[in-house]
Write a protein that binds this ligand. Structure first.
Ligand SMILES: *Cc1c(COP(=O)(O)O)cnc(C)c1O
Length: 358
């Protein structure tokens, strides 16, 4: 089976497991876990901020960020398919009492004009005051697209002109950095808070970080405890994060190369894939243009032993490369995917569980 559903599927490698087994640990809640502290220091530096807080998931990191940057009744802007809006169960409303205003785009990359047009009028007694703009880099719903740094700075500048706070959902920021050559810190320091996920392409079993100023991270630490995320000997997991920073960042280039090869191979086979849009480790396949509903396409692919997931747009599938996908797997996928989608005679059992794009 060639499993291209998500980079969340990565298994901790032998080297990572060894680092975890040998980790020196202590009571994290008492700030006595040296491995957690070392990971936090490293993450803050890598992401261009003063301090980091280690968390179990990037969802929690995003939700804590929104909470500490707003008051109940405020409004948060994000792209329409942003993870914080689509895949966090309405968390901004539940945890922070936020109204959510979606900015529609094709690629996940919105403009300064869209921010300016969306901001509620200051002092208007009838609208929720806009308080936060949330960015996502790379953009999952857009197909792993990268925010060019200059464009990003322009949009952040627009948000700042309106006195807004800015959060970066950088779950895959390292993919954006490796693919663009822009240091992650150059992206990171533009923001008030940044999320990084360790359990996607970086290959950890779990873990995430939120970074920001000392003052904000003191609030984030409090929220971590309040949300039930304060742990104990979590250095055992933080060790995987340190290992990932040391061994699994540069190699993301290999995943990007595999995605590029897959995109080109599928396009050459005549499938509706635009290789020019493959910027990192995602390949989008617009099966709707073949007249196939997404669930039927997924079932046909499974019959050929290839697993893909739904993308955020209707009748578009997503292939995601990661460290457990080899060059040979990619060559196999380039043969199997066109064959699976061309065959019409095989009886197809539709999946009961939708492979969501997370
Ligand atoms: C996966 C993902 C998250 C959430 O990560 P978890 O660690 O699974 O909670 C947040 N944002 C984006 C863009 C993601 O792709």
């Amino acid at each position: 089976m060639i499993d291209l559903r998500s980079d969340t599927l990565t298994q901790p490698s032998a080297g990572m497991r060894k680092a975890m087994a040998e980790a020196v640990v202590g009571d994290e809640q008492k700030r006595e876990d040296p491995t957690v502290i070392a990971l936090e220091e490293r993450a803050a530096e890598q992401l261009g901020q003063e301090e980091a807080v280690f968390l179990p998931t990037a969802t929690m990191a995003n939700q804590i960020a929104l909470r500490i940057l707003s008051e109940p009744g405020d409004e948060v802007l994000a792209e329409a398919t942003a993870h914080v809006f689509r895949y966090e169960l309405g968390g901004p409303a539940v945890h922070s009492g936020l109204a959510m205003k979606a900015l529609p785009t094709e690629t996940g990359i919105f403009s300064a004009e869209q921010v300016r047009d969306a901001v509620s009028l200051p002092g208007d007694l009838h609208t929720a005051p806009t308080r936060i703009v949330c960015f996502e880099n790379t953009h999952n719903g857009g197909g792993g697209r990268i925010w060019p740094l200059d464009h990003l700075r322009g949009v952040v500048g627009e948000a700042r002109r309106h006195g807004l706070n800015v959060h970066l959902d950088g779950a895959r920021l390292m993919n954006a950095s490796v693919a663009s050559g822009v240091p992650a810190a150059d992206y990171g320091r533009e923001f008030d808070t940044v999320t990084l996920c360790l359990s996607k392409g970086l290959g950890c079993p779990l873990g995430a970080l939120i970074v920001g100023s000392r003052e904000r991270m003191a609030k984030a630490r409090r929220m971590k405890h309040l949300f039930g995320g304060a742990m104990r000997q979590s250095g055992i997991v933080a060790a995987a994060g340190i290992y990932a920073f040391e061994h699994n960042v540069g190699r993301l280039a290999e995943d990007h190369e595999h995605a590029r090869r897959l995109g080109e191979g599928l396009a050459e086979a005549g499938l509706p894939v635009d290789p020019d849009q493959v910027e990192t480790n995602f390949v989008l396949l617009d099966v709707g243009r073949l007249g196939l509903p997404a669930d039927e396409a997924v079932a046909r692919l499974r019959a050929e032993n290839v697993l893909l997931s739904f993308a955020s747009r209707k009748d578009v599938l997503r292939a995601v490369t990661h460290l457990d996908v080899s060059a040979e797997d990619i060559e196999q996928a380039i043969e199997r995917i066109p064959r699976a989608l061309a065959s019409t005679d095989r009886p197809v059992e539709l999946a009961a569980d939708a492979p969501t794009p997370c």
